[in-house]
Design a protein around this ligand. Structure first.
Ligand SMILES: Cc1ncc(COP(=O)(O)O)c(C=O)c1O
Length: 469
């Protein structure tokens, strides 16, 4: 019979009924110590408490403890009862964890990584406290697959004000990062027989994997200096297209006004869907940000935003603003995936937005990132003047174009790794054969403030050496 002892320590023990209980209790405790379920120093329940939980005589438990003390599994301590002795435990060997290049490197210049050191911990704590203090009890019980109403209200107002998005609280869905949002959208499209989805090429490799895993038939569409090639979208007969119009990831161009108009015309004429990934929307440095595309045709566009860059990717919080035609289908996918996001995170984010703490935080980090970008440009101009940098008007990364003839992308990435610098090659983000000229995608946000200058100088000097200045 399996019983939980709840006398202080939760202890799961399997004991037979009837005779032989003492031996069974001893064996169960030995097994728990040997397997590491009971750790050295952990205090066992009193004999009275454990006997009562197990429905056994107190003497049975006392004898079992005494036997295990004699064998060295347990120790009887004056005044603090019986504790687990420090015996050698046969631990299962943990699986080897592959160390990511960023963890191994001294200088993390990979794209898609904000400065998590500037995550506003105190602001978040204050917001969480305030949100928890005033939240009605029901929110801890009932799950709403769209997300908490307070957060959806705060986001609808914020997105309308800051990004020009046309959003009602009931058209917003909270999800676990853009990645989950993309998966939900693809699954809803596939279910309705509209699963041919275009992705920009180059793009984030794992977004392509996510779309494919969700059952979408992915079509790669090239990008040029005016952004997504909308003519190719038309020819490809897709049902939906995922695009980063504010700042193409990773190339860094903005979707040209004629292309924006042409993309929406395509969506209207074919009843297609534009999925606008506004990843870099909050980080525009040299001029006013371009407003959201979604505002021009909310019936044919989904707006997707995320807290991954504005706050931290570890929050896994993002939002979709959905057209009425997709709302139920995507909500059903979310309900079936994980029900909803954890409520305390949603409460905190709602407060952070409502109190304008997000605006203040963004203003601070935007200035810091702009200074970092300028510092990157200055270091490359000084140490590697033959290298051109582009895509720098927004976002947290730059494209560093390698001169031709010269070392290949792979050679530069490998040489950088040898000096402890983690950078990405643009080629790894291309999916079709035509990969364009060699370049690095350099994220300039991740290193801590005190280590930034050293990281950038190390990269710039290496580029200078490799490209012969
Ligand atoms: C282009 C782009 N969109 C969106 C995201 C955010 O994804 P998530 O919200 O899943 O962290 C990223 C993250 O790297 C990205 O590179």
């Amino acid at each position: 019979m399996s019983r939980w002892s709840n006398s202080g320590l939760d202890l799961h023990l399997s004991l037979p009924r009837g005779p032989g209980r003492r031996a069974a209790l001893e064996e169960a405790l030995r097994e728990a110590v040997a397997a590491g379920r009971l750790r050295a120093g952990e205090r066992l329940p009193s004999t009275r408490a454990l006997a009562s939980d197990l429905g056994a005589a107190r003497g049975t438990v006392a004898e079992a403890y005494a036997q295990l003390v004699a064998e060295g599994w347990l120790q009887a301590r004056q005044g603090s009862g019986t504790v687990v002795a420090p015996v050698a435990v046969a631990q299962p060997r943990p699986e080897r964890v592959t160390v990511s290049p960023a963890e191994a490197a001294r200088f993390d210049l990979l794209p898609g990584r904000p400065d998590v050191g500037s995550f506003p911990r105190n602001v978040w704590l204050r917001a969480l406290r305030a949100g928890l203090a005033t939240a009605p009890d029901e929110i801890f019980q009932r799950e709403d697959a769209l997300g908490l109403a307070v957060l959806r209200e705060a986001l609808a107002a914020y997105l309308a004000r800051a990004r020009g998005v046309r959003a009602e609280p009931d058209s917003v869905l909270i999800c676990g990062g853009f990645r989950q949002g993309l998966a939900l959208l693809c699954r809803a499209l596939v279910r309705s027989g509209r699963g041919r989805v275009a992705l920009e090429d180059p793009t984030v490799p794992h977004h392509r994997d996510t779309a494919e895993a969700a059952g979408a038939e992915v079509v790669d569409i090239g990008v040029d200096r005016d952004g997504l090639q909308v003519g190719a979208v038309r020819r490809s007969e897709v049902d939906a297209v995922v695009t980063t119009p504010a700042h193409q990831f990773p190339i860094g161009v903005t979707l040209a006004p004629e292309r924006r108009a042409a993309l929406l015309a395509w969506a209207r004429e074919t009843d297609g869907l534009v999925i606008e990934d506004d990843y870099d929307g909050e980080f525009r440095y040299d001029r006013q940000p371009v407003g959201a595309l979604q505002a021009l045709d909310p019936e044919h566009a989904v707006y997707a935003g995320t807290a991954s860059k504005a706050l931290a990717p570890g929050l896994r919080l993002a939002w979709l603003v959905l057209p009425p035609s997709l709302l139920t289908a995507v909500r059903d996918e979310k309900a079936c995936d994980d029900g909803s996001n954890p409520v305390h995170d949603q409460l905190a984010l709602a407060e952070v937005i409502r109190r304008h703490d997000l605006d203040r935080h963004l203003r601070t980090v935007r200035q810091r990132y702009r200074r970092r970008r300028d510092r990157l440009l200055a270091a490359i101009a000084e140490h590697a003047p033959g290298v051109r940098v582009s895509g720098i008007a927004a976002g947290l990364h730059a494209v560093v174009e390698l001169p031709l003839p010269g070392p290949s992308e792979e050679e530069v990435v490998a040489a950088a790794a040898e000096r402890g610098i983690a950078v990405a090659g643009l080629g790894t983000m291309h999916h079709t054969a035509e990969a364009g000229r060699p370049a690095l995608v350099v994220g300039y946000a991740a290193p801590p403030e005190h280590g930034y200058a050293a990281a950038i100088d190390a990269l710039a000097k290496l580029l200078g050496e490799l490209t012969g200045r």
